[in-house]
Design a protein around this ligand. Structure first.
Ligand SMILES: Nc1nc2c(c(=O)[nH]1)N=C([C@H](O)[C@H](O)COP(=O)(O)OP(=O)(O)OP(=O)(O)O)CN2
Length: 164
């Protein structure tokens, strides 16, 4: 049973990134950007001295994960509609859907290849939660669960909860 919920929704917990969303009918958006805001809530019990974990450590963890996607182009790497080719320091991306064929070329360092088939807010939230789970050991053993919530724009948020 979780005793406490610690929610971190600092202004700096954000990443500005470009993407396009694919839709089932083969339509896709033009490349565009969002200032994604990230909120993470950790659930758990108080350990020594009534501390779940050091707030500093939790905020540093979340900020590091935001920085990994900040000022990047987010490209799905496992989509049947997207072909990615690395050529020298460039990443060539060909999107071929039943409705569209588009070619992009980005400096490799500007791109994050996502382990998913669409750069949707749902997938971003799940991948962010996977990354939090992989780093949770840094916060000790008091965490029994967490929730990640990502907003693409004001008034529009995807949230996902995980139990540990
Ligand atoms: N289920 C999802 N649907 C859509 C997603 C998504 O991640 N999951 N994403 C988008 C686009 O990224 C788009 O940029 C956001 O679309 P939209 O809701 O139209 O955004 P606006 O901020 O322009 O919304 P307004 O309500 O018009 O202000 C689309 N769909």
């Amino acid at each position: 049973m979780s005793e406490f919920r610690a929610t971190f929704a600092k202004d700096r917990q954000k990443f500005s990134a470009a993407h396009f969303t694919l839709f089932e009918d083969g339509s896709l958006e033009r490349l565009h950007g969002h200032n994604y805001n990230v909120t993470v809530t950790f659930e758990g019990t108080a350990a020594e001295l009534g501390l779940m974990f050091s707030f500093h450590d939790a905020k540093a963890l979340v900020k590091e994960l935001c920085d990994a996607w900040d000022e990047r182009v987010l490209i799905p790497s496992v989509s049947p509609w997207i072909e990615v080719t690395e050529r020298d320091a460039q990443l060539e991306v060909v999107v071929t859907t039943p409705k569209h064929r588009k070619f992009y070329s980005f400096p490799r360092e500007d791109v994050v290849l996502l382990a998913c088939d669409n750069a949707s807010c749902e997938h971003l939230t799940r991948l962010f939660a996977d990354a939090v789970a992989a780093q949770l050991h840094r916060l000790g053993n008091a965490v029994t669960g967490f929730e990640v919530a990502i907003s693409e724009s004001a008034g529009q948020t995807i949230a996902l909860s995980r139990s540990i």
